[in-house]
Design a protein around this ligand. Structure first.
Ligand SMILES: CC(C)(COP(=O)(O)OP(=O)(O)OC[C@H]1O[C@@H](n2cnc3c(N)ncnc32)[C@H](O)[C@@H]1OP(=O)(O)O)[C@@H](O)C(=O)NCCC(=O)NCCS
Length: 161
């Protein structure tokens, strides 16, 4: 698919995820991951009051992100762009919105985990300023009952002195 035009980009907007969005969210989730979140995972996150935003272009769902607020930190739990709309710069838009919201909450650090094999996501996060800070061994389920390590990354949200 072609890159979005400036008008299409300007037309995109974030809206808080709602129960009514979950069917569309789950369709993207299942098309984007080998080990997707379940409907129950999204419902639990909604019930917990997590930061959950959907990125829409009119009535087209482009992607979404879920983050858990903590004490002076935020933990990104899920960020997904619909496969047909990947590589068009939507994930950075979601990350920027999360960083802005986190700063406003007084968070100093934004954390995430990412599969060691997910080069795409690692690259997107590194470009947005995230640094590798650790490795959680055998963190994720993988195919054939294997496990996969998670790279832990963090973004410093405090302004430089
Ligand atoms: C990771 C993800 C969120 C990135 O979202 P995105 O909106 O596509 O990100 P960008 O448009 O900024 O793409 C950035 C870079 O990632 C790489 N990339 C993104 N999508 C790609 C694709 N489908 N194929 C190959 N490379 C891709 C490219 O290097 C691209 O930069 P370039 O086009 O300048 O070469 C998205 O690919 C996704 O939802 N993947 C599946 C779910 C996932 O892995 N989520 C992260 C879990 S930690």
């Amino acid at each position: 698919m072609n890159a979005p035009t400036a008008a299409e980009r300007a037309d995109a907007e974030l809206r808080p995820m709602q129960a009514a969005d979950l069917e569309a969210v789950l369709a993207i989730e299942q098309s984007a991951y080998t080990h997707p979140w379940t409907l129950g995972n999204f419902r639990d996150a909604l019930a917990s009051g997590y930061w959950m935003q959907c990125l829409w272009r009119q009535d087209l769902l482009l992607g979404y992100a879920v983050a858990m607020p903590g004490v002076q930190e935020t933990h990104l739990l899920n960020i997904t762009v619909a496969p047909a709309h990947q590589r068009q710069g939507w994930a950075p838009m979601l990350l920027d919105a999360l960083a802005l919201w986190s700063r406003r909450q007084g968070a100093q650090t934004l954390w995430l985990e990412v599969r060691e094999s997910n080069q795409r996501a690692l690259q997107v996060y590194a470009r947005r300023g995230f640094r590798r800070v650790g490795l959680r061994k055998d963190y994720y389920p993988a195919d054939r009952l294997q496990r996969e390590h998670a790279v832990v990354m963090s973004l410093n949200l405090t302004p430089p002195p």
